[in-house]
Write a protein that binds this ligand. Structure first.
Ligand code: GTP
Ligand code: MG
Length: 230
């Protein structure tokens, strides 16, 4: 992933090509109580697409390819496979907006660091993500996903930097918690904190899409986003 300038790719005006149509629903305030009555993949943005004018607050999920972004979104939506997941990295190559109860969008960002694509494609993905962080008017919270088993990569550090530079304080989600022993958890979280040199007070939520551990904590954060933005 190449760090492109935040204004790269602007001036083009393409409309998002795919509008799958949201299921109409009643706006709700408390995600925890109403948990996901209506969800739909509303908009898919490709590399050259103009970002949609969002009606609702957005929360975005960033992280390297295969880290579990789509799996987390499915877990939060209580859907098995609305967000496409794959054991093959590089599944999500577009910016996908999931409309949740006509109240908030979950934005699934394309994964970075997928080794089997060429440098041009990697650079485009980087620009697409950075452009989104810079341009989205409704983006309220960014979640940065990191695999709890591994030290953050250079790309993870670049991503973390972009998020901060664009004025967001990311919540870090340490994914695939089920894959490590409980006794390793604190050590791995410490590794993430030190490798990213996270700011004081940064929240890190250990999460497993398999056991759903950590899900309630993430709902709490989403509730707060809704409360602050409605
Ligand atoms: N054991 C375990 N496997 C997980 C977890 N989360 C995701 N996976 C698996 O990891 C693989 C990748 O998950 P995805 O959700 O597709 O990852 P992604 O970040 O959306 O990947 P891209 O779309 O390529 O950017 C899939 O095989 C998932 O089943 C988890 O918490 N535990
Ligand atoms: Mg995905």
């Amino acid at each position: 992933m190449q760090p492109g300038g935040p204004r790269d790719g602007q001036g083009k005006s393409f409309t998002c090509p795919i509008h799958t149509g949201a299921v109409p629903g009643v706006g709700e305030r408390n995600l925890l109580e109403m948990i996901i009555k209506n969800v739909s993949l509303e908009t898919v943005c490709g590399i050259t697409s103009k970002l949609p004018d969002s009606k609702f607050p957005e929360v975005a999920f960033a992280g390297k390819s295969n880290v579990g972004k789509s799996s987390l979104i499915n877990a939060l939506m209580n859907r098995k496979a609305l967000a496409r997941t794959s054991s093959q990295p590089g599944k999500t190559q577009t910016i996908n907006y999931y409309n949740i109860n006509d109240a908030i969008y979950f934005v699934d960002l394309p994964g970075y660091g997928y080794a089997r694509v060429n440098e041009t494609v990697k650079a485009k993905w980087g620009r697409m993500i950075e452009n989104y962080l810079h341009e989205s008017k409704q983006l309220k919270q960014v979640f940065l996903l990191l695999d709890i088993r591994h030290a953050p990569s250079e790309n993870d550090r670049i991503m973390y930097g972009w998020i901060l530079e664009n004025g967001f304080r990311p919540i870090i989600i340490a994914t695939k918690l089920d894959k490590i022993k409980r006794s390793q958890q604190q050590k791995q979280l410490g590794l993430i904190r030190s490798a990213l040199e996270v700011e004081e007070g940064t929240v890190i939520v250990p999460f497993s899409a398999q056991t759903k551990q950590g899900k309630d904590k993430i709902y709490e954060i989403l509730d707060k986003v809704l409360e602050e933005n409605s």
